[in-house]
Design a protein around this ligand. Structure first.
Ligand code: NIG
Ligand code: FE
Length: 416
């Protein structure tokens, strides 16, 4: 199947290759072609260029795009999209003055989500998660990471990972398949019965959960919530190491509320990404400067909890590879809308639209290790695209905050 888009008003994020994540001044550049054509074949990008150089291409479908802007789709490298129940009660508690940490200390938070998930069947969880996937794909997410972490027992962690595995194969309700990566986050919190026996839970993760997950090939990454009252830096390192013995690379939650030295440790341990980063000390910047590890900021989490935002411009200025993700989860970010993340990045973190879009596409693809197939308009990459009508340029996306102005989403060369 071959599709040709002609007279495209502007084709954005056009790159010959994206072997490396973007850093420093590279983040300011959003390469584009005005009055362009784009040729897709069998779900892949076959050719593109300026209409001035256009030679007739064989195509079954041809679309005139005089009033359209075409970009690659977003990549969401950090979500907890499989969960059992929403947590509005805690939302109201926070409005009345309780903090996220106080709610967690009362047995709310992650433990609350684990309790409701335990009661739900795998099929029910799958049906709910699939609807959420439908929703985010319609909002432009064309590759996604999904974590476990609301199980906290062998059975429930496996239940979530099996749901993710089913979503990988089935895709959305209309069978639209986007790349999905699964992350094992058994180390999200200590379950109540292990409160006085941390070692017992870490052993359960390392000696029971990980071997089973590896045997069923249910995870691509391992994650740890490294934070005061959760997992220490040493515990994080033990779990990263145990995961790597099963071939799992790591993506970790660090520096959300406190700077504990986790970034330096994770970078040295070869983590693919460190995520959150709201609270950063000088040594954290130093550890990330020039590192291969991607720094993923989650501004909609800061927005929802009313807390600090990650200092992304400072990181970019210090040669850190910055990406953005949603953190979609029932506690701190009940939204997977990357258009809103884009607006927050510009409005609250003062990223330019160019920087934020690079962080949501090219660098996000690196954070999910899908940069060879997604994140830019590049020959040979998958044709996962967003089409916008009657807008003048990239700034229109964050400017229209709270709205999804995407005209059409394309996955593997097909309109969804
Ligand atoms: O990334 N910070 C840890 N985990 C999630 C939130 C978990 C929850 O509150 O359910 C996050 O924000
Ligand atoms: Fe998270």
């Amino acid at each position: 199947m071959s599709i040709l888009f002609t007279n495209i008003k502007e084709l954005l994020q056009v790159r010959e290759h994206t072997n490396e994540p973007l850093r420093g001044k590279e983040m300011d550049d959003l390469p584009s072609i005005k009055n362009a054509y784009l040729w897709l074949e069998d779900g892949l990008i076959k050719d593109y260029g300026s209409m001035d150089d256009f030679l007739p291409h064989p195509a079954e479908e041809v679309y005139d795009c005089t009033d359209k802007i075409i970009t690659p789709g977003y990549v969401d490298s950090h979500t907890h999209l499989v969960f059992a129940a929403t947590r509005e009660r805690e939302f109201e508690d926070r409005i009345h003055g309780l903090t996220y940490e106080e709610i967690a200390a009362r047995g709310g938070g992650i433990l609350n989500s684990a309790a409701s998930l335990e009661k739900m069947t795998e099929d029910e969880l799958y049906e709910q998660a699939r609807l959420r996937l439908d929703n985010v794909v319609a909002q432009g997410t064309t590759a996604i990471e999904i974590k476990s972490g609301y199980g906290l027992s062998v059975e429930s962690e496996l239940k979530i990972l099996r749901v993710i595995s089913r979503l990988k194969k089935s895709g959305t309700s209309n069978n639209c398949i986007i790349p999905i990566k699964a992350t094992f986050l058994g180390a999200h919190a200590f379950p109540v019965k292990y409160k006085e026996n941390r070692e017992g839970y870490i052993k359960l993760i390392i000696e029971e959960m990980l071997p089973k997950i590896a045997e069923e090939q249910l995870a691509d990454y391992v994650d740890v919530f490294c934070e005061k009252n959760y997992f220490t830096v040493d515990e994080m390192l033990r779990i990263i190491e145990a995961g790597s013995a099963y071939g799992l690379k790591s993506k970790v939650h660090v520096n959300q509320f406190t700077s504990l030295g986790a970034i330096d440790a994770a970078v040295k341990a070869g983590a693919v990404s460190v995520d959150h980063l709201e609270v950063m000390g000088n040594e954290d910047f130093t550890a990330l400067s020039g590192a291969k590890t991607i720094a993923t900021a989650l501004p909609s989490c800061s927005f929802f909890l009313g807390l600090d935002y990650a200092p992304v411009n400072e990181m970019i200025d210090q040669n850190v590879a910055v990406s953005l993700a949603s953190d979609y989860n029932p506690g701190s970010t009940p939204s997977g809308n990357l258009n809103f993340v884009f607006s927050l990045a510009c409005i609250k973190m003062r990223m330019t639209p160019q920087r934020a879009f690079n962080a949501l596409t090219v660098n996000a693809a690196h954070a999910l290790e899908v940069h060879d197939e997604l994140g830019s308009i590049t020959i040979g990459k998958r044709a996962n695209l967003m089409v916008f009508k009657n807008i003048d340029g990239i700034a229109a996306l964050p400017y229209n905050f709270g709205q999804v102005i995407i005209d059409q989403v394309v996955v593997d060369g097909e309109f969804i």
